[in-house]
Write a protein that binds this ligand. Structure first.
Ligand SMILES: Cc1cc2nc3c(=O)[nH]c(=O)nc-3n(C[C@H](O)[C@H](O)[C@H](O)COP(=O)(O)O)c2cc1C
Length: 343
C-alpha cells in the first residue's frame, strides 16, 4: 500500500486529509470521528478577536494568575459575565481534544486589530496573547486567519500588507509553535506577500480563506450575509488555490495547505500534485458527513496504486511549476493558447 503520510508545519501526519476550521470541530465527538475516518490533523474552529475583546476586562487577571483561577477571576468582573468563559472554553476544548486524540490539533486564531503600530487602544491587542494561551493548552500548531476587507481608499496596498506582516510577527514571536497563515487570494503580488510572510515567521500558508459574500434581498432591501458552502460544481473554488499552490511550490521555505473546493479524491490528489502538503475540507464534510474522509482516503490510495505512486511525498509538487523558469510567461502563454488567439 502506498505511504499516505505527509509532513505539515514540522508535524508528522499519517494522512494529508485535514478538516479545516469549521463548527464541526466544536464537538469532541466529531473530532474523534475525524481521527477515526483518517484525518491527519484537525484545525479547530476559530477563536475570534471579538470574542476575546468582549471579556478583555478579565484578561489581565487571567494572564497574571493562570487558567486555574479564571472562573474565580470572572467573579471579580461581573460585567464580563455576559460573555462568560467563551475564550476559556476554547482553551478547555483544546485541552480535551489533546487528551482525546492522537493526531495533531491546530488551533485557529481569527482577528485583525492591533499589531505593532496599529494599536488604537491597548485592549485591542489583547487577543494576540491567546496565541500563547493556546500553546499552553496543548495546541500543536496555530493557524492565523486575518480576515480583513479594506474599505478605506486612503489605505494603500502596502499598508495592508504591513499590517498582515506585523500581526504575524506579533503572533509568531509570542509562541514556540509553528504558525500557518490563512490568506485570501487578494494581493497584487501574492508570491511576494507569501515570501514576506514566511520571512515574518509563517511555517505554512493556507490557501485560501473564504470571505463571506453579502447579497441584497430585493424584497426587504436588506444586505444579507452569505457564507455559502463550496460545491463540486463551483470549479473556481478549487482551481484558484490549485493554481497558486502550483506557482508557489518549491519557491518558499514553508508548507502549503490547500483549502477550498476539495470535495473528492480527485480534488485532493490534484492538491498534492500541485504541491500542497495537506488538502483541507469543510464543505464536503458538512454536506456528506465526516465519513467522507474515509471514502476519499480509500479512493486516493487506489489511484496512487493504479498510477504507481509510492507515497504522498513522491506526488507532492510533481505537477507544480517548480521547473518552469519563467512562470509568468508560462501563465501568459497558456492564457493566449486557451482563448485561441492565433488559431
Ligand atoms: C460554516 C463555516 C464556518 C467556518 N468557520 C471558519 C472559522 O471559524 N475559521 C476559519 O478560518 N475558517 C472558517 N471557515 C472556512 C473553512 O475553513 C474553509 O476555508 C472554507 O469553507 C473553504 O473550504 P471548503 O471548500 O472545504 O469548504 C468556515 C466555513 C464554513 C462553511
Amino acid at each position: 500500500m502506498p505511504d499516505f503520510s505527509t509532513t505539515y508545519l514540522g508535524l508528522q501526519l499519517s494522512s494529508p486529509l485535514v478538516p479545516s476550521a469549521s463548527p464541526l470541530a466544536r464537538s469532541l465527538d466529531n473530532l474523534r470521528r475525524m481521527e477515526d475516518a483518517g484525518a491527519g490533523a484537525v484545525v479547530l474552529h476559530s477563536l475570534f478577536e471579538e470574542q476575546i475583546n468582549a471579556e478583555s476586562n478579565s484578561l489581565d487577571y487571567f494572564l497574571t494568575h493562570g487558567s486555574e483561577s479564571y472562573g474565580e477571576a470572572l467573579s471579580y468582573f461581573p460585567e464580563a459575565s455576559a460573555y462568560r468563559l467563551t475564550p476559556e472554553l476554547y482553551l478547555e476544548h483544546i485541552r480535551r481534544a489533546k487528551a482525546a486524540l492522537k493526531i495533531p490539533i491546530i488551533a485557529s486564531l481569527n482577528g485583525i486589530s492591533a499589531g505593532s503600530g496599529y494599536v488604537v487602544n491597548r485592549r485591542q491587542g489583547d487577543w494576540i496573547k491567546y496565541a500563547a494561551l493556546m500553546e499552553q493548552a496543548g495546541a500543536d500548531a496555530l493557524e492565523l486567519n486575518l480576515y480583513y476587507v479594506p474599505t478605506d481608499p486612503d489605505l494603500s496596498g502596502e499598508a495592508v500588507e504591513n499590517m498582515y506582516a506585523d500581526l504575524l510577527i506579533d503572533v509568531s514571536s509570542s509562541v514556540h509553535l509553528p504558525v500557518a497563515m490563512k490568506l485570501s487570494p487578494f494581493f497584487s503580488c501574492l508570491p511576494n506577500m507569501a515570501r514576506r510572510l514566511v520571512e515574518c515567521g509563517a511555517s505554512g500558508l493556507v490557501l485560501f480563506n473564504r470571505f463571506y459574500q453579502p447579497d441584497i434581498d430585493l424584497d426587504t432591501l436588506d444586505v444579507v450575509p452569505h457564507l455559502n458552502l463550496t460545491t463540486p460544481q463551483e470549479l473556481q473554488a478549487l482551481r484558484v488555490p490549485l493554481r497558486w499552490i502550483a506557482l508557489l511550490y518549491g519557491r518558499l521555505e514553508a508548507d502549503l495547505a490547500l483549502s477550498s473546493g476539495v470535495h473528492t479524491a480527485e480534488d485532493a490528489l490534484k492538491a498534492m500534485l500541485a504541491g500542497a502538503k495537506v488538502a483541507m475540507m469543510t464543505s464536503a464534510l458538512l454536506m456528506h458527513g465526516i465519513g467522507r474522509l474515509a471514502d476519499i482516503r480509500a479512493q486516493m490510495l487506489q489511484w496512487m496504486e493504479a498510477h504507481e505512486y509510492e507515497s504522498i511525498a513522491q506526488m507532492c509538487g510533481s505537477v507544480s511549476q517548480k521547473s518552469v523558469p519563467y512562470p509568468a510567461a508560462f501563465e501568459r502563454a497558456s492564457y493566449i493558447r486557451t482563448i485561441g488567439v492565433g488559431h
